[in-house]
Ligand binder design. Structure first.
Ligand code: NAD
Ligand code: MG
Length: 394
């Protein structure tokens, strides 16, 4: 029996994870579930999965959940805040932690799981983007195991040589082909992008996901974050990775070997496949995903990405090449700009402009302590806020 904590249980990845667990009651035991504010969904999950702990990051939400848990007479300890998140990520009885909080908020609990030597199932790509060096060090030094949940990285991991371990340089690999759907605006006239609304941006053609990652997919910053994520997970440089637009989202990424072989992992675009793969690894279990019907897919297309149309992807390449805290700044500026866009305070094409302006004012330094990371993250957020206010003042 594998004992699991799910960070971000009420989100898109959290719900898919619980759906996989539901199919294997004799294999997984849910010890703790966490969320930010969604008390209703958390209560329903507690009723079904009977965790020993439920954590709400938000204190008011925690008080509300506590009352509901009492009314329902559930045997579950309610905790709150970052302390609660860190605690359930590192409890001695936990074997695996699904890290599926969105954004920088996921860093400390995901890092705590690494420091406690857990099997870390990493969906929270922002943690690696903002502090890849520290995160990988924590995994290595504490005997933790890092398995990628992001579909592309899970596909790359599945296509790596037998016995491959994340964080090590793969042998005989020429390059990694990171696939991208291109998002909802891959064919849009660039002149129309200025007036894109949050509703249009979150309507992804192939995947159903949380709001932030959906906007990231629309700007292609998601692929940029994934480029940096791949550099850390597979110990390669940004120029060892080629981004390939593949609109069908059937191939989830590929590995190109020195002998000319290219290995791909394919499947329907459903996150339960990488989740089930990582949860059961090295075994394979039923995930609930429908078998891939090659005949209805019909064809597979590949195109080069257009860095003029998608400046966020260019910015991520630049941050990856610069190293140090450049990607911490990229990530923080992106989170603030995407929030402002979702709040209708910033236009869609201004997301990239704001990030670029922030990156040009903050100098890159070594990203080797948590203190530096957190202070650069805070500085980039405040600089970005200032840029947004100046740009939208009239
Ligand atoms: P989501 O918005 O659907 O869910 C986010 C979860 O995090 C929720 O449970 C929410 O309560 C919690 N949360 C939000 N803010 C928090 C805070 N401040 N403190 C504590 N908890 C907080 O997001 P998602 O789409 O499930 O994505 C989660 C992560 O997985 C992201 O990093 C995303 O990039 C990555 N990811 C998602 C997908 C996908 O298909 N959804 C695919 C690949 C990677
Ligand atoms: Mg992905």
């Amino acid at each position: 029996m594998q004992v699991v904590t799910i960070l971000g249980a009420t989100g898109s990845i959290g719900v898919s994870t619980l759906d996989v667990i539901r199919r294997h009651p004799d294999r997984f035991k849910v010890l703790a579930l966490t969320a930010n504010k969604d008390v209703q969904r958390m209560l329903m999950q507690c009723q079904e999965f009977k965790p020993d702990y439920a954590v709400m990051a938000d204190k008011t939400a925690a008080t509300e959940l506590q009352q509901a848990i009492q009314t329902e007479k559930l045997d579950c300890e309610v905790l709150s805040g970052n302390e609660g998140l860190v605690k359930v990520a590192s409890l001695p009885e936990v074997d695996a932690v699904m890290a599926a909080i969105v954004g920088a908020a996921g860093l400390l609990p995901s890092l705590a799981a690494a420091q406690a030597g857990k099997r870390v199932l990493l969906a929270n790509k922002e943690a690696l983007v903002m502090s890849g060096h520290l995160f990988m060090q924590a995994i290595r030094e504490n005997g933790a195991e890092l398995l990628p949940i992001d579909s592309e990285h899970n596909a790359i991991f599945q296509s790596m040589p037998a016995g491959y371990k994340t964080g090590t340089k793969p042998v005989s690999v020429r390059r990694i082909l990171l696939t991208a759907s291109g998002g909802p605006f891959r064919d849009a006239d660039p002149d129309t992008l200025k007036s894109v609304t949050p509703e249009q941006a979150v309507a992804h053609p192939n995947w159903s996901m949380g709001r932030k990652i959906s906007v990231d997919s629309a700007t292609m910053m998601n692929k940029g974050l994934e480029l940096i994520e791949a550099c850390w997970l597979f110990d390669v440089g940004p120029d060892d990775i080629e981004v390939v637009i593949h609109r069908q989202s059937v191939i989830h990424s590929m590995v190109d070997y020195t002998d000319g072989s290219v290995l791909a992992q394919m499947g329907n675009p459903d996150m339960r496949t990488p989740i089930a793969h990582a949860m059961a690894w090295p075994e394979r279990i039923e995930s609930g995903v429908a078998p891939l019907d090659m005949f209805s897919v019909g064809r597979l297309d590949f195109e080069l990405p257009d860095l003029m149309r998608f400046p966020c992807l260019r910015l991520a390449f630049e941050a990856a090449r610069a190293g140090g805290t450049a990607s911490t700044v990229l990530n923080a500026a992106n989170e603030v700009a995407v929030d402002a866009f979702l709040d209708r305070k910033l236009g869609f094409t201004m997301i990239a402009e704001v990030i670029e302006a922030c990156m040009s004012v903050i100098e890159t330094q070594d990203a080797d302590t948590l203190e530096t990371i957190l202070s650069v993250d805070a500085q980039a957020r405040s600089v970005t806020q200032g840029i947004i206010e100046a740009k939208t003042a009239n």
